[in-house]
Design a protein around this ligand. Structure first.
Ligand SMILES: [Zn+2]
Length: 470
């Protein structure tokens, strides 16, 4: 079956807290910035960013050259130290990687991981210009714009958010299963910020610049540099960070109210970085770079058609996994843990991969948690199955539910049939659900080909019996 890609069904209450941005312009004083409303926690930002960062490391070429990465990291740390106290989050871990691709772009993930394209560093006219892009990205992170935008626009699970983030970054074929989140319009919601957020990131970025010892007017000049250097389709960075209007003038105006503290002493370190990059082989495009990434063992990586070769029967030995602070589960020890974008999948070799551009698995279990608006488990389970059907068009609908116990809670159980995307053969999907906490539906899906299903059912029962919710 196709891996889950449903929008979460979480309560609508939170969405009424529409982000309100306040700028209290006071003549002669720097603009006061208020972070927008956010229904996610800072820890959830970290979790989203961590998941997406793992995908970045797997799919994009991180430049490992200390003569480049060390000075860039120093600029980053200098900027981090200049974040105003009200926008610091103890959980956040800022990091600065250089991606060896030529597009003029940079992006930062919720919770702190930042990536600067080599093309961006080579395009900058001086250290202040590259610092300004980093300060702008840092501001999006510190103001938690990614999850704030998701708060405003949608009702998605954090797993879906991570998928959408990376889908938006990588996109297309290489994004594979993870880019599926974008079909709900989420990818753009995440990385392509609203003009309001852009204005905020420009302003806070300029404050951080000044506090870190850079001239905030370098930000205005960097925007002009980026504009001029754009290729035929325009600079990637500007399409992700749309101009809120009069951008350069607004920054220059703000700069009048800012005092540059402990001005950075330019000893030529940045010029050395650029010289070093010029001596390297030219950077590939993102498309070229991602094409040569070898296939890994993640479900998001295109692989051989799953389920067509031999798949080992479930081992009688079990391995226990702890999934975040959500649950523990024991699965056959020859099943791999495939942390997905929406849930965790446990499957044996040969039983997962991609087909028709979607992540699929043919044998194993998917376990996850979605939000739900309803306190009625039957309705919530119907909604879950309805969402599954969106990416599995031949999925049957439940004719009945049985009650069962899942992690000590009263749960529901049913068996569905489906035609596998990978093999075209008929498969069975065993669904287990239970309501948890306030507004959550915990679920486990057991998947096996129809002719193997009865042999797998006892395994599914044993796995489900082992689940402990935290
Ligand atoms: Zn931006």
């Amino acid at each position: 079956m196709s891996m889950s890609q449903w929008p979460a069904l979480r309560g609508v209450a939170a969405t009424t807290a529409v982000a309100t941005l306040l700028w209290c312009g006071v003549a002669g004083a720097q603009t006061v910035i208020t972070a927008p409303a956010n229904r996610y926690s800072a820890a959830e930002d970290v979790q989203i960013g961590r998941q997406a960062a793992a995908q970045v490391a797997q799919q994009l070429p991180i430049l490992e050259d200390r003569e480049v990465t060390s000075p860039i990291g120093s600029i980053g740390r200098r900027l981090v130290d200049a974040i105003p106290p009200e926008f610091r989050h103890a959980e956040f871990r800022y990091s600065f990687d250089v991606i060896n691709v030529r597009e003029i772009n940079a992006f930062a993930l919720p919770g702190g991981p930042m990536y600067i394209n080599r093309g961006m560093i080579q395009a900058a006219r001086n250290e202040g210009e590259v610092a300004s892009v980093m300060a702008h990205e840092l501001s999006h992170v510190a103001l938690r714009h990614g999850s704030a935008q998701a708060t405003k626009a949608t009702k998605y699970e954090i797993g879906a958010l991570a998928g959408a983030v990376i889908g938006a970054i990588i996109g297309g074929r290489v994004g594979g299963a993870v880019s599926q989140g974008t079909q709900f319009g989420l990818g753009t919601a995440f990385l392509r910020f609203s003009r309001e957020y852009e204005r905020q990131a420009d302003l806070l970025g300029s404050h951080i610049m000044a506090q870190a010892g850079y001239d905030p007017r370098d930000m205005a000049s960097m925007f002009r540099t980026i504009e001029k250097a754009g290729g035929p389709s325009g600079p990637a960075w500007l399409s992700d960070h749309p101009n809120p209007g009069d951008r350069a003038a607004a920054i220059t105006r703000e700069a009048h109210s800012l005092q540059v503290q402990n001005r950075v002493d330019d000893r030529g370190a940045f010029a050395d970085v650029q010289a070093r990059l010029r001596r390297m082989a030219p950077a590939p495009t993102t498309k070229e770079a991602t094409r040569v990434v070898p296939a890994g063992d993640s479900p998001s990586t295109p692989a051989a058609r799953p389920g067509t070769g031999g798949v080992e029967a479930p081992s009688p030995d079990y391995t226990t996994y702890t999934e975040g602070n959500v649950f523990r589960v024991s699965v056959p020890s020859n099943w791999r843990e495939l942390p997905g974008t929406h849930a965790v999948i446990f499957a044996p070799d040969g039983a997962y991969g991609s087909a028709n551009g979607q992540g699929v698995f043919t044998h194993g279990m998917e376990i996850g948690l979605v939000g739900t608006e309803t306190p009625n488990i039957r309705t919530a389970t119907d909604d879950l199955i309805g969402s599954l059907a969106a990416s599995n068009p031949s999925l049957s609908r439940p004719s009945r539910y049985d009650t069962m116990t899942l992690a000590g809670r009263q749960g529901l159980h049913t068996v569905l049939s489906n035609a596998s995307d990978a093999t075209g053969r008929e498969e069975r999907i065993e669904v287990f659900t239970a309501l948890v906490g306030d507004g959550g539906l915990f679920y486990a899906l057991g998947v096996a080909p129809r002719d193997r299903f009865s042999a797998y059912q006892s395994t599914f029962r044993r796995v489900v019996g082992s689940i402990q919710l935290k």
